[in-house]
Design a protein around this ligand. Sequence first.
Ligand SMILES: NC(=O)c1ccc[n+]([C@@H]2O[C@H](COP(=O)([O-])OP(=O)(O)OC[C@H]3O[C@@H](n4cnc5c(N)ncnc54)[C@H](O)[C@@H]3O)[C@@H](O)[C@H]2O)c1
Ligand SMILES: O=C(O)C[C@H](O)C(=O)O
Length: 307
Amino acid sequence: MAKISVIGAGNVGATTVQRLAEMEFGSIVLVDIVEGLPQGKALDLMQAGAIVGYDTKIKGSNDYADIVDSDIVIITAGAARKPGMSRADLININTKIMKDVCEKIKQYAPKSIVIAVTNPLDIMTYVALEITGFEPNRVFGMSGILDTGRFASFIADELAYSKRDVEAMVIGGHGDQMLPLPQHSSVFGTPLPELLGEDVIAGLVERTIHGGAEIVALLKQGSAFYAPSAAIVQMVESILRDEKRILPVSAYLQGEYGQKGIYFGVPAKIGCDGIEGIIELELTEEQEHALKESSASIRENIEDLDI
Ligand SMILES: NC(=O)c1ccc[n+]([C@@H]2O[C@H](COP(=O)([O-])OP(=O)(O)OC[C@H]3O[C@@H](n4cnc5c(N)ncnc54)[C@H](O)[C@@H]3O)[C@@H](O)[C@H]2O)c1
Ligand SMILES: O=C(O)C[C@H](O)C(=O)O
């Protein structure tokens, strides 16, 4: 049975544990610095098992020793943005938290696969790589499944089709420079540009790019967590079941898409070894240009990191 640890018992962390518990992948440890919070949520989620019908063991803890020998560690610890803030505004506060969390992961779960979720995602995943010193195939970030899910949801609503028949693709940094790719998005095999006019597609692309901010503005405190937790669980499932699914994730690039030494949202094959391959998609000239801008801004933030 697998052991999965979730760091951060806030909105994303606790919802992720709920979904993981329902999937019965293995035992779960939920860690937070706030005393009583992970313990209380773990107890509540264990009791839900008697009603929903799962036997997953969930332990809440303030002690990182409890994550010992985890197969997967999911990092959701850190501040969420407030209305008017960009994800990048969280760099300083969340770098400190990531450093602390990743030292502990290195100490207690040196063989784990690490999934970073904390924002700004591509930068915090880089911090996780640097601090753990793990191989890049087992340190990656959750972003593209969420952005792609948003794009797919908007496409389905626009065309009045089921979300299950929409394939969408978003690559790039998890920020305002992400790149929804209409030509690689389709409904039952028909590319989006054959189904919708340019203006309509541009509107859906724009809404996708600002999808996180739209929710932050509505919630007024905190950010999205239902779709993010669903995205995390899809990654965990592909790892634990060695499904080798191609999922958009933030992966460490070593020459792919003309980039080296940064984390960037790209489609990747996800299996028991973590990232087992990166898929390079054909881009238009305009998209190539936007990709360079998106990657340059990530690189700038990495260069400014205090780690
Ligand atoms: N990658 C994505 O697509 C994505 C999606 C949603 C949220 N996020 C990010 O995930 C993070 C968490 O979001 P949330 O909504 O769960 O926030 P939240 O405020 O509900 O929860 C964060 C939790 O982290 C805990 N924490 C802080 N420092 C810690 C430490 N050193 N060790 C353990 N726990 C610690 C806090 O006590 C809190 O319970 C934010 O940075 C948010 O921006 C990313
Ligand atoms: O928008 C945020 O700050 C949280 C997350 O990155 C999201 O896209 O929902």
